[in-house]
Design a protein around this ligand. Structure first.
Ligand code: PMP
Length: 440
């Protein structure tokens, strides 16, 4: 497979060798897995991408999630082009699209009464935590699971990188993570114990959770767990922060909070917020908390500072506004979710037929392939442990090798273990992909 991959992808190989001379490791994006080397893409449109060698792929990476409408969705592109002719990507002053985008997000997201644009999901997490600490006057933050909430010092707590050990050990002073704690999903007693311990030690400012579970639901969390977190936060006067960087608009226009019917105090947005255009990040939440971000001449004495020269630029806000309107009009989350269902069902049949050591499951447009037992929600929303057949044979690196094999056969996934579907995934695209998975 690797030979086949190399032969077909000579141009990508050449460019990645060239990149290594001037870019550390030749890779700047944490999704560009370099196994055996990253692909260099020439164009991406709807459900497909083409690399510099002219190979065409079904795109199940969708940039890691932002392009719920499919890549380079033309109606949004047209609006962005108009804006660029009329205005500028950046002015440093207020633009109408900032207001339009904020109004729309407040309208569709139950827990968002006000919105502050940020430059990325990472920045939005940093801002939300600062805001939570300023509002509550407390300092500790409990994150649920060792999932990714961006790469800020405090949030890498508990995260591991392949072959490098704990991320926090590298270039991050111990103090930066001293007030971060980790607790596993679906274990309420453990969360309560931490809240009680913290009560005597400066208190808990916030619990931050990806509502579908860490890593886009790699370890799924139940609705009930989220509902109980809401109650615990109220009991201990901590803020509940939903990290909806992935689920925001992908789980429906109301995000996972709309899906579950649970209102967080603060919401982190990213990815889908601009439909794939740069500078996708936002903090949303309760008005009384958000008002602490008021800048300029003071209207409040308790103020938390966030910044960013390029945040809320007209280009990102216009792209976001039109992308969200299109997601609403086309029911993108529902349709991408149906594509996810179809794909997962097909993958399950392949796994069964060939006795593969995998489990396939999906939460709408987020599809997972895993090698080991995973807690899944059955239809009655109870947890059950599903184990892959022949689990012992499976290894994580095998998923990555399989990922390379899928790529060689024209399907790009996230390291062979995660798939994001989009509005562009028609039944034909899904069936084409399933044939390719079966070939592999
Ligand atoms: N939170 C979650 C749940 C994410 O998945 C990500 C990115 N994958 C982030 C935060 C960080 O967002 P960004 O890459 O925009 O900094």
């Amino acid at each position: 497979v690797l030979d086949y991959f190399e032969t077909r992808c000579q141009g990508s190989k050449r460019l990645s060798e060239q990149a290594k001379q001037v870019i550390p490791g030749g890779v700047q994006h944490n999704l560009a897995f370099n196994y055996p080397f990253p692909l260099a893409i020439r164009d991406a449109r709807d459900a497909h991408m083409t690399d510099v060698d002219g190979n065409r792929y079904i795109d199940f990476l969708q940039a890691g999630g932002p392009t719920l409408l499919g890549s380079n969705y033309q109606p949004v592109l047209a609006q962005v082009q108009t804006l660029l002719h009329e205005c500028s990507p950046i002015t440093g002053l207020l633009h109408e699209y900032e207001v339009k985008l904020a109004e729309l997000v407040c309208q569709v997201m139950p827990g968002v009464e006000m919105l502050r644009m940020m430059g990325s999901g990472t920045e939005a997490v940093m801002g939300a935590i600062r805001l939570a600490r300023a509002y509550t006057g407390k300092k500790r933050v409990i994150k649920i699971g060792g999932g990714y909430h961006g790469w800020s010092d405090q949030m890498v707590y508990g995260m591991r990188l392949p072959n490098t050990g704990r991320m926090e050990a590298i270039g991050i002073p111990r103090g930066a993570t001293a007030t971060t704690q980790e607790s596993l999903p679906n274990d309420l007693d453990a969360v309560r114990r931490k809240l009680m311990w913290n009560r005597l030690r400066g208190g808990t400012a916030a619990i931050i959770v990806e509502p579908f579970g860490p890593e886009s639901g790699t370890r799924p969390a139940t609705r009930d767990f989220n509902a109980q977190l809401r109650k615990l936060c109220d009991e201990f006067n901590a803020l509940l922060i939903f990290d909806e960087v992935v689920t925001g608009f992908r789980a429906g226009m109301g995000g996972a909070q709309g899906y579950f019917g649970i209102k967080p105090d603060l919401t982190i947005l990213g990815k889908c917020l601009t439909g794939g255009y740069p500078m996708a990040g936002g903090i949303g939440g309760r008005r009384d908390i958000m008002m602490m971000l008021v800048g300029g001449i003071g209207t409040t004495s308790k103020r938390a500072f966030v910044g960013g020269t390029l945040t809320a630029n007209p280009l990102s806000c216009a792209a976001g506004y039109y992308a969200l309107l299109e997601m609403q009009r086309t029911q993108a989350a529902v349709k991408a979710g149906r594509a996810g269902d179809r794909l997962r069902q097909g993958l399950e049949q392949i796994i069964e037929r060939f006795g593969l050591p995998y489990v396939a499951y999906n939460m709408g447009s987020i599809v997972h392939l895993q090698t080991s037992g995973v807690m899944l929600l059955d239809t009655s929303n109870l947890l059950k442990l599903v184990r892959a057949k022949n689990e012992a044979k499976a290894r994580k690196h095998m998923m990555e090798e399989m990922g390379a094999a899928y790529t060689a056969h024209g399907v790009i996934t996230l390291a062979g273990s995660r798939i994001y579907t989009s509005l562009a995934d028609t039944d034909d695209v899904i069936d084409d992909a399933l044939n390719r998975f079966e070939d592999v």
